[in-house]
Every structure is written in structure tokens, then in C-alpha cells.
Design a protein around this ligand. Structure first.
Ligand code: ATP
Length: 220
């Protein structure tokens, strides 16, 4: 483990960042004993349509959201990079910056985890980081909770890696853990839809982020 403790890496479109994202980061930090969580807004996400707001706006909203909490930081590497935002490239960059012994923990919601086999060079992710999966409401079919049901490819990649949180500080990469988070059925798409409809999105996201959205006329 690095001298400063395990570092959480949490990527997303954050269009906009909301309390589901922030609770995931906060509860991961606590449950997994992370020294810090870095939120990494994607510049050009490969899996979805162009975001409803610019990378600069999403970055600015992420900074507003973490202000005052030294345990959460924002990394602008994907927004600044010229190429498509692939997590494998970000992890390679962080490994280069932080060295081979630093424990890195990639944080994923359960829905993102299920889609992992569609990610660029996904099997290499395990060589660069641990993976920690938050149980997200609505993504546990038939009341079962991860890791009860995985696709065969994901199952094959993960079954020998399953571990409990203490394992994350004992090595730099390669283990897979699950952690519980407070169920918050908040999504960025729902927030965008509310704003477009002129409805209230208050208390679903930090007030500073909502103020930014209103000042900059986003998602109208
Ligand atoms: P959208 O509704 O636009 O698809 P989103 O709210 O799912 O967006 P993303 O930026 O796509 O947000 O998600 C980034 C990460 O945060 C993903 O790993 C996702 O699983 C996780 N996540 C998003 N919302 C929640 C939530 N309410 N609870 C737990 N995890 C969440």
C-alpha cells in the first residue's frame, strides 16, 4: 500500500453530479478506509450520447460539489485529454503518477459494474486497480444483490478476485469487493428531465450545483 493509504477513483459523466454520486464516494471512503476519493468527470464518454452540458460545466459543478471536503478531490485529467475517455487510460496515467505500490480502488455503481465487459481493454483494469462495487437501488434483479448474478464473462474474470475491504490496502490492485450504500434512487437523467420540465430538483443535488445550473441555463 502507498504511504498515504488507498485512493478511490470514481469516474462518471456527472451530468450533473448529484447526492447519489457524493454518497457513493463518501460511503466508499468510510467502508473501504480510503484516504481520499478522486472524482473524474469524463471528457468524451464512449458509451453514451454527448452529455447535456459541456465538460467544463460538468467539471465546474464537480468542484462546487466537493468544496469544503478534503477527502474528496476532482481530477480534470479526462476533461483535459484530447481522446475518448477510457478508464484504462486514466488508470495508466494514475499508475504512472503514483507509482506501482499505491493501492488504487476503482469505484463503480452496480449498473456500471454489470456493463464492465463492454469497456475498452476491460480485463486489464484488474491489473491496475482494485474494483469496489456499490449496491445501487434498482439494479439488483429479483431482490438479489451483487455478487449473486454476474454475466459469464464477468463471473470468470472476478470469481477468484472476490475479497473483503481489508484486502484493498494489502496490495495495489486486483481484488473485487462489494460495499453497501444508502439506497438513493437519484439519477442525473431524472434531474435533467425535471429541470427541462421546469420542476424542482432541489435536495437531489447540492444547492451550489443547482445554483450553477440555473445561472448558466443548463438542461433547458
Ligand atoms: P444518467 O442518469 O445520466 O445515466 P447517472 O446518475 O447514472 O447518470 P453517471 O455519471 O452516469 O450518473 O454515473 C457515474 C457512476 O455513479 C456510475 O458508476 C453509476 O453507477 C453511479 N451512480 C449514479 N447514481 C447513483 C446512485 N443514485 N446510487 C449509486 N450509484 C450511482
Amino acid at each position: 500500500m502507498g504511504e498515504t493509504g488507498a485512493l478511490g477513483i470514481f469516474g462518471g459523466t456527472f451530468d450533473p453530479i448529484h447526492l447519489g454520486h457524493l454518497r457513493l464516494a463518501e460511503e466508499a471512503r468510510e467502508a473501504l478506509g480510503l484516504a481520499q476519493v478522486r472524482l473524474i468527470p469524463s471528457g468524451r464518454p464512449p458509451h453514451r450520447e454527448a452529455p447535456g452540458s459541456s465538460a467544463e460545466d460538468r467539471l465546474a459543478m464537480a468542484h462546487l460539489a466537493v468544496a469544503g471536503n478534503p477527502a474528496l478531490a476532482v481530477d480534470d485529467g479526462e476533461v483535459r485529454a484530447p481522446q475518448t475517455s477510457y478508464t484504462i487510460l486514466t488508470l495508466e496515467r494514475l499508475r504512472g503518477e503514483l507509482g506501482p505500490t499505491q493501492s488504487l480502488v476503482l469505484l463503480l455503481g452496480a449498473d456500471a459494474f454489470e456493463g464492465l465487459p463492454t469497456w475498452h481493454r476491460w480485463t486489464e483494469l484488474f491489473e491496475l486497480a482494485h474494483i469496489a462495487v456499490a449496491n445501487r437501488p434498482g439494479f439488483a434483479p429479483h431482490g438479489r444483490r451483487w455478487p449473486a448474478v454476474l454475466s459469464p464473462a464477468l463471473e470468470a474474470a472476478c470469481h477468484h478476485r472476490l475479497a473483503t475491504p481489508p484486502a484493498l490496502t494489502a496490495s495495489p490492485a486486483g481484488r473485487v469487493v462489494a460495499f453497501d450504500m444508502t439506497p438513493l434512487a437519484i439519477s442525473a437523467s431524472d434531474i435533467r428531465a425535471r429541470i427541462r420540465a421546469g420542476s424542482s430538483a432541489r435536495y437531489l443535488l447540492p444547492q451550489g450545483v443547482l445554483d450553477y445550473i440555473q445561472t448558466h441555463h443548463l438542461y433547458r
